[in-house]
Design a protein around this ligand. Structure first.
Ligand code: SF4
Length: 381
């Protein structure tokens, strides 16, 4: 009898770490049980547009030109043809529209360009290895990569409807580039939101931040390695979950978290009331953390310490600092506010009253919308 081939060891990527953070159960179903995913239309569309932009930039690169307006349609068609499952005619139309907009504001910078869809594979000793090698431990694909002497620029193409990006993504990319290219001292990363024809200002990481980036990635890897329960994490993201049919929580009747669009004054009042409750929770959370800081001293996070005093509140610090400090306490802030924030933003787009609240209060304050009960449970007595 033929011997069963051993599964290769688990390899990581930014997407895998992000998926685990979003929902450990989804991670388990996709990467351990290897169930097929059903792609939601926006994800399917995003993948095709992503590929079409890469085809187009590759054509420009090969021809050594900054743009090649006669070629974009063929690139869009090629990417559409590769889509599995095939796109509907409406989605195909959207691909052409997005590509037309992409080529209208892009000129490919050829100086220092070293990769389009550049692949980096590292083994567990952080040495370069083959993309499909058995010892590949971490794989990353960088949409565009330029290197000029000691500086690198990574550009990530985004097709989302929201101008929202995950800092951890650029941390992973910067980490990999700093490891792979020892001459690079500074990594600039930006996002190209093609629906908005907008390239963000770059975020910069320097070589002396490499240990911090490494620790962050390793702590997420360790979290996955230690998890034996793979608990479902229900939230707004469940609406787009490609493995919902296999989810035990959904089988038991759980519903994705979502604020319904308010249809009348009564429902609008309810949203406003929910918001005021959330504010109280946020204030409670602030005070719980402040008590903790008063009792045990400063928070230390990635080499910096954050002091809580009566005159300095988290609202005055940026949310990234707050998140990092909470993470050092073992509290995952995204679990507590992200679904509601996403829902509130969605509402704000369509509802003037909610929009006014967000404008008045400011998103920064809403980032403190945390469950004080859960935080209090976590804090040492
Ligand atoms: S439906 Fe939600 S809770 Fe269930 S696996 Fe998917 S993301 Fe996780």
């Amino acid at each position: 009898m033929a011997k069963k081939k051993k599964d290769p060891p688990l390899a990581y990527s930014y997407s895998k770490l992000r998926k685990y953070n979003e929902c450990p159960r989804a991670w388990y179903i996709i990467y351990i049980q290897k169930r097929p995913q059903v792609m939601a239309p926006p994800l399917l569309l995003g993948g095709v547009v992503h590929e079409a932009t890469a085809f187009y930039d590759t054509v420009c690169w090969k021809q050594k030109v900054t743009h090649s307006l006669g070629d974009w349609k063929a690139c869009a068609k090629k990417a559409i043809g590769l889509s599995s499952p095939p796109l509907t005619s409406e989605l195909e139309e959207e691909v052409y529209q997005l590509m037309e907009s992409y080529v209208s504001y892009h000129e490919l910078d050829l100086k220092g360009l070293i990769g389009i869809e550049e692949r980096i594979a590292l083994n567990s000793s952080l040495d370069e290895t083959g993309w499909v090698a058995d010892d590949a431990w971490f794989r990353l694909i960088l949409d565009r990569l330029w290197i000029n002497k000691h500086m690198a620029l990574i550009r990530d193409v985004k097709t989302s409807n929201e101008m929202k990006a995950d800092v951890f993504q650029i941390e992973c990319y910067s980490w990999a580039v700093l490891i792979q290219y020892p001459q690079v001292q500074e990594v600039y990363c930006d996002f190209d939101f093609i629906r908005f024809e907008h390239i963000t200002d770059p975020v910069v990481y320097t070589r002396d931040q490499l240990p911090m980036l490494h620790d962050k990635i390793m702590s997420r890897v360790a979290q996955i390695a230690e998890d034996k329960k793979w608990k479902p994490r229900i939230g707004d993201h469940c609406r787009r979950c490609g493995v919902r049919n296999y989810c035990p929580a959904m089988k038991k009747g759980a519903k994705p978290v979502r604020y319904p669009f308010p249809r009348n004054q009564k429902e609008i009042d309810k949203v406003v009331e929910d918001y005021s409750v959330a504010k109280t929770i946020a204030e409670d959370a602030n005070s719980a953390i402040r008590d903790y800081a008063d009792a045990v001293g400063d928070f230390n996070s990635i080499g910096r310490s954050y002091r809580w005093s009566s005159t300095v509140s988290w609202k005055k610090l940026n949310s990234k600092a707050l998140f990092e400090a909470l993470e050092t306490l073992g509290i995952e802030p995204m679990r507590f506010f992200k679904p509601d924030m996403a829902a509130l933003r969605g509402l704000a787009l369509e509802n003037e009253q909610v929009l006014n609240i967000l404008n008045r209060e400011g998103e920064k304050k809403l980032t403190t919308r945390l469950s004080s009960t859960i935080i209090k449970e976590k804090l040492p007595k």
